[in-house]
Design a protein around this ligand. Structure first.
Ligand code: NAD
Length: 479
């Protein structure tokens, strides 16, 4: 099948007729083509967005809210179709796409459809100077949204929904590896009555289509989620044009387990925080630190549970671990397992490719637990972004804090303890944008989301996202 660009409410082939193969990771077959859109395609998307901006930015917030909520309802009504498409493109279990990815994409539209009706600005009376100030929150104009492959529709809509809710028009690019649900979203937007040109979706490689978006002088804000190296490149290109940037980047998150935690709850959740979505979530706790007194017990129990996870075809209802997203990514993860061995890590379980009967060319890998001799080995410092975690013991709170913070990333951290003082102390000191205590990936869409250090700049979520997609203008009136 051919995926096409969605520009001004219509579907278009790329001007240069340049196409890229789209793979199904569960069996390694090519099942479609997507455009590798050129600068001219991006320009057409920009022109559509620009000409729609004057009317869309003047649409009442009730009307914008109504359309966003309608998109949300249509996504829910099409749950099965979207979940199957997401799984086929990405390799994740259909059950996961059905319970997490697509419901969350629908929630993104519903949440920002509601949030825009509550988004207010400030006023300040300058007492003694007979003046009043008020702040206008005005949409920026045409904004760019670029997203990765791991949670395709989930993250794509996490940007688009607040951007259009705030009155902007959008040029958006999903990952070239997982374009399918973004393509299907175009139809849904038309059905929901989103005016033509508010959302424009161009497909293609980062180096061609993505590059054309970030280089466009009149796309004044870029919301990007992806790797740290790509984020740094975007910052460099955008800086001379003074573009507003939100960069949500990589992570290497610590999962810190104290002996006083609720053990069973911790164990179940740690399996999930290690291997959900084949470990391809930026928030996965890929470095597990366990208090020495329970370290041996934890290793035994954790490894037993991990060995019980079923690697299988994404459509099988009992599959826990589906396929990795691509052959290239599978190779990268396997290379890291070799690097770990070279650095004297012990493979406690996993480490091998899995052949799934009938789907021998799919990209399957066993969930892998590595016991590392030191916290500064490469597999403990570099983002692997696959079904691979490291474990090691610690003795004191200060020791583990030092190790947890001794990476270039700072996205999230998870802490397991029932000690209140320790919770407060560690939460304050952990270098991360998000700290979970006795849970993982519990997301309330009103809360700020983002990282520190090399994990990014800026915050998404709640009013933070609406603030990013608007400019504050202060008006001061002397009376
Ligand atoms: P990536 O950086 O390779 O690609 C992300 C997107 O950027 C894709 O759409 C890609 O085509 C585009 N891109 C690449 N080069 C570009 C360029 N020169 N100009 C403009 N766009 C360009 O990342 P990926 O491999 O798709 O995703 C995995 C990474 O994403 C991991 O590092 C992961 O941690 C990170 N991630 C972060 C978060 C977060 O919220 N912090 C969430 C999910 C994933």
């Amino acid at each position: 099948m051919k995926i096409t660009n969605y520009i001004n409410g219509n579907f278009h082939n790329p001007i240069e007729d340049n196409w890229i193969d789209n793979y199904n990771p569960s069996d390694g077959t090519v099942y479609g083509q997507i455009p590798n859109s050129s600068k001219e395609d991006v320009e057409n998307a920009y022109i559509a967005a620009k000409s729609t901006f004057p009317s869309w930015s003047q649409t009442t917030f009730e009307e914008r809210s109504r359309i966003l909520i309608k998109i949300s309802e249509l996504l829910e009504a099409n749950l099965e179709r979207f979940a199957e498409a997401e799984s086929k493109d990405n390799g994740k279990p259909v059950s996961l796409a059905k319970s997490v990815d697509i419901p969350r994409a629908a929630s993104n539209f519903r949440f920002f459809g509601n949030a825009i009706t509550q988004f207010t600005s400030e006023s300040h009376e300058s007492v003694g100077q007979d003046a009043i100030n008020y702040t206008l929150r005005q949409p920026i104009g045409v904004v760019g949204c670029i997203s990765p492959w791991n949670l395709p529709l989930y993250l794509f809509t996490w940007k688009i929904a607040p951007a259009i809710a705030a009155g902007n028009c959008v040029v958006a690019k999903p990952s070239e590896v997982t374009p399918m649900t973004a393509y299907l979203l175009g139809e849904i937007c038309n059905e929901a009555g989103l005016p033509k040109g508010v959302l424009n979706i161009v497909h293609g490689l980062g180096s061609t289509t993505g590059q054309a978006i970030i280089e466009h002088p009149d796309i004044k804000a870029i919301s990007f989620t992806g790797g740290t190296a790509t984020g740094a490149h975007i910052a460099k290109v955008a800086a001379p044009m003074f573009k507003k940037l939100s960069l949500e980047l990589g992570g290497k998150n610590p999962n810190i387990i104290f002996a006083d935690c609720d053990y069973e709850d911790m164990l179940q959740t740690t399996v999930r925080s290690s291997f959900a979505n084949q470990g391809q979530i930026c928030l996965c706790g890929s470095r597990i630190f366990v208090e020495a007194s329970i370290y041996d017990k934890f290793k035994t129990d954790f490894v037993a549970k991990v060995k019980g996870l079923k690697v299988g075809h994404p459509s099988d209802t009992d599959t826990n671990i589906g396929a990795l997203v691509s052959q290239q990514h599978l190779n990268k993860v396997k290379d890291y397992i070799q690097i770990a061995k070279d650095e004297n890590a012990t493979v406690l379980c996993g480490g091998n490719e899995v052949i799934v009967k009938g789907f021998e060319h799919g990209y399957y890998l066993e969930p892998t637990v590595l016991e590392v001799p030191t916290d500064d080995c490469r597999v403990n410092q570099e983002e692997i972004f696959g079904p691979v975690v490291t474990v090691m013991p610690f003795n004191t709170e200060n020791d583990v804090l030092q190790m947890a913070n001794k990476v270039k990333y700072g996205l999230s951290a998870t802490l397991w303890t029932n000690d209140l003082k320790r919770t407060m102390h560690m939460s304050n000191k952990l270098q991360a944008g998000i700290v979970w205590v006795n849970t993982w990936m519990l997301r309330d869409l009103r809360t700020p989301f983002g990282g520190v250090k090399d994990s990014g700049v800026g915050r998404e979520g709640g009013f933070e996202a609406l603030r990013f997609f608007t400019e504050a203008k202060n008006v001061c009136i002397k009376y």
